[in-house]
Ligand binder design. Structure first.
Ligand code: CTP
Length: 408
């Protein structure tokens, strides 16, 4: 299952250099489960071939406004109505300006104008153009309309040789943003903190103890909550992963002690805490000031316990009215051990993983397990990609979280 399973998309390709990325974007949108129709503007066709887009989308590409529809099969007033989402990528200053002012002088602008389908606008242009107050005004005017969602461009080396904002975001980011637009915002206003990734416990200035967590599961949960309109804070160990689209803020931590400080700080202003991070249970009792030398002979490490963050916040007086969700990685008796952990730590739900399985859990692309609730329920979570797993968890938890928060 992909983030865009069964969705019908229309990709509008404007005339910017980033149009050369459009065939790859079509391929990735299709891999994410969407069917894709493409409309290519005349300026866009100067940068990318219609044939390439037709081959990757496996559908005729919409080009002209004046072709008889029985020849092209494309009726400009219907095209936008037949899809769930229009994605404009790259959206040039010209395309944005024309749409903002209600101009409809080619197939793409006419299609956008002749329907009420939501539009994801992915501006991509030279940094100076993007900073131009008139262009900014047009982008902001579109963003202020409920029908339009603007995905701000990334920063990087642009085709004109300048480094700055204006880069078309990579396909995974566009896919996340598209999925976000299509997901009902059922958790609007709910404040969610998600911890993710490993911790590093320093032995000396160059060495540390860590674990196999990649952070992918926690990041997927942060994305899934954000897609439903929650206000998400991601507390992240060292992962190298991109902050998911829609996440409001990210706090980077390295050690278990830093994670404890970050969670304690956010706790009073969150409704839901999801501890997906693999927090070290032990750290070196001392951290050498200088690099340890091997000529000192055998090295015996003394380890001390770190603070159990979940258990600590669960015991706080302000815990009431908040929802606490933990993870349990087990290799046997998964349900019984997860339920024991849920009781011991005073949690509302535990997401239990059977990490003994091949290809699931730590450092892999998939996850499988069960959702164990304080209310005595256990729901099986079948093996799925971590994104699909996170979707299912948040779909299951969403109504229960709202009900629990309403009770206070
Ligand atoms: N956790 C925490 N603080 C720690 C360690 C873990 O809050 N110092 C959280 C994790 O983020 C996770 C859950 O507690 O949500 C995991 O519980 P834990 O008892 O650490 O699980 P295991 O490491 O699997 O424990 P055990 O070795 O006892 O099975």
């Amino acid at each position: 299952m992909g983030l865009l399973d069964g969705r019908r998309l229309l990709l509008g390709v404007g005339g910017g250099i980033a149009a050369y990325k459009a065939p790859e974007l079509v391929r990735r949108l299709r891999e994410a489960g969407a069917s894709v129709r493409v409309v290519l503007t005349d300026a866009g066709a100067r940068f990318v071939s219609e044939l390439a887009l037709e081959v990757v989308s496996r559908a005729p590409v919409g080009r002209g406004l004046w072709e008889p529809s029985d020849a092209s099969g494309i009726v400009h007033t219907d095209l936008g109505k037949e899809v769930d989402l229009i994605v404009l990528a790259p959206a040039t200053a010209n395309l944005i300006g024309r749409i903002r002012h209600g101009l409809a002088d080619d197939l793409l602008s006419t299609t956008v104008m002749a329907c009420h389908t939501p539009v994801l606008v992915c501006p991509s242009m030279n940094s100076e153009m993007l900073a131009n107050p008139l262009v900014r005004e047009n982008i902001e005017a579109l963003a202020a309309q409920p029908r339009f969602k603007v995905l701000e461009p990334g920063s990087g080396l642009l085709a004109c040789g300048v480094t700055g904002p204006g880069r078309l975001p990579d396909p995974p980011e566009i896919i996340e943003a598209a999925a976000g637009v299509l997901t009902p915002t059922t958790l609007e206003g709910v404040r969610v903190a998600v911890s993710a990734g490993p911790t590093r416990e320093a032995l000396d200035p160059v060495r540390f103890l860590t674990n196999r967590s990649s952070g992918t599961m926690g990041y997927a949960l942060a994305r899934a909550f954000a897609a439903r309109g929650a206000d998400v804070t991601l507390i992240s160990g060292p992962t190298g992963l991109r902050t998911p689209v829609g996440v409001t803020r990210r706090v980077d931590i390295t050690s278990a002690a830093e994670a404890a400080v970050a969670v304690e700080e956010i706790f009073p202003s969150c409704d839901v805490l999801v501890m997906a991070a693999a927090i070290a249970d032990y750290r070196p009792a001392t951290r050498a000031e200088h690099k340890l030398k091997k000529d000192a002979g055998p090295l015996h490490l003394a380890l001390e316990r770190t603070t159990d963050i979940l258990a600590t916040v669960a015991a706080r007086p302000d815990r009431a009215g908040r929802v606490l969700i933990g993870f349990a990685a087990e290799t046997r008796d998964v349900e019984a051990l997860a339920r024991e952990k849920l009781d011991r730590k005073g949690l509302d739900w535990i997401i239990a993983n059977d990490v003994a399985g091949v290809g699931v859990g730590f450092g892999t692309g998939d996850n499988a397990g069960m959702l164990v609730g304080r209310d005595g329920t256990t729901t099986e979570l079948r093996r799925a990609s971590k994104d699909a797993f996170a979707e299912r968890v948040v779909d299951l938890l969403g109504p229960a979280i709202l009900e629990r928060l309403a009770r206070g």
